[in-house]
Ligand binder design. Structure first.
Ligand code: AMP
Ligand code: FES
Ligand code: ZN
Ligand code: ZN
Length: 305
């Protein structure tokens, strides 16, 4: 298999782009694709202060690496969830983030917030004591992560938050929302969410990158990461849809990319429209100050009541 650019030995075949690339040209392509996505969806500019949410997994570490290489002001943020019962998942994830900084970008800044130390209960403990999510930690975890990202961004003067969501993540969500015709979600799912009521802009610079490409990138760059996924995500619906979509992709390369990108095009050009739910009035939570539609306390602050 030969590199489409230089004729050298290709290390990856990206059938949806009809492109086979050697290591050097793949790294160049990957970085350029990320930059093009950032520009196309107006995610951020070099003057922005970007907070990169890093989980210790391949996608978010690859993202931080690329943003630093591209010269963005990108600081990392790791949220310690305290998910350590079986495989020491959270401890290992933090180790990987620290190792990444030491080995690849010793001058980079990593902000660490440990949920248990900061608020008194880890995610698994909190999931047991709250009604929310009926004992499944994922809903509580998502809520806590969003809240902490927003407050670190606000306190640190960050203008944008970047996450490592890739095309496989986005297309699995799109499939779930489409199968249920969740028009509110379909109206909002986007590569970038604008700043609103003091919440920083949120961007996903990898929305055009397949998961296997992020895996190839970290391998070629020598970035170590946590291979295990969160033990609570095993058997999730999202993983099931990812498997189905990969089967479709195998028979018909480009299916995932087309489904996602054509959806964005059709919606954003007005070809199809989804009813947006009426935006509810927001007011600041009396305890933490973050905007909420709920009563006096936001959903995050109510968790600890
Ligand atoms: P996930 O929901 O686990 O697929 O993660 C999606 C994105 O959220 C990752 O690519 C990260 O950018 C971010 N993220 C997930 N977990 C954490 C964490 N513990 N700390 C900081 N960011 C995270
Ligand atoms: Fe939050 Fe698994 S990462 S429950
Ligand atoms: Zn080449
Ligand atoms: Zn609050």
């Amino acid at each position: 298999m030969k590199c489409s650019k230089c004729g050298g030995t290709a290390v990856i075949n990206m059938r949806q782009h009809r492109l086979r690339l050697c290591g050097r040209h793949f790294l160049e392509w990957f970085t350029a694709m990320t930059q093009r996505t950032i520009e196309k969806y107006k995610m951020f500019i070099p003057e922005d202060k970007v907070l990169v949410a890093v989980s210790g997994g391949k996608d978010s570490l690859a993202l931080w690496d690329v943003l630093l290489q591209l010269g963005y002001q990108a600081e990392g943020m790791y949220i310690g969830l305290g998910i350590d019962e079986e495989i020491g998942y959270s401890n290992k994830s933090l180790e990987m983030c620290n190792k990444f900084v030491e080995e690849h970008h010793p001058d980079a800044l990593l902000h660490v917030v440990d949920v248990g130390a900061e608020y008194g209960q880890s995610i698994p403990q909190l999931a047991r004591t709250t009604q929310r999510g009926r004992g499944r930690p994922c809903a509580v975890c998502g809520l806590v992560k969003r809240h902490i990202m927003n407050s670190v961004a606000r306190d640190g003067g960050f203008t944008a938050i970047a996450t490592g969501h890739n095309l496989d993540d986005e297309v699995a969500v799109l499939m779930q929302n489409t199968l249920r015709w969740q028009s509110g979600y379909l109206a909002r799912q986007a590569p970038v969410l604008e700043e609103r009521d003091g919440l920083a802009r949120k961007a996903k610079p990898f929305v055009r990158i397949y998961e296997r490409e992020a895996a190839a990138f970290v391998l070629l760059r020598g970035i170590d990461y946590i291979y295990d996924e969160c033990p609570f995500a095993r058997g999730s619906t999202t993983n099931y849809y990812k498997e189905l979509l990969n089967q479709l992709e195998l028979n018909s390369p480009g299916t995932k990319q087309q489904f996602y990108l054509q959806f964005l095009r059709a919606r954003d050009s007005g070809q199809v429209t989804f009813a947006r739910p009426r935006e509810s009035e927001l007011h600041p939570c009396v305890r933490c100050g973050q905007p909420t539609t709920a009563g006096e306390l936001c959903a995050f602050c109510r968790l600890w009541e």
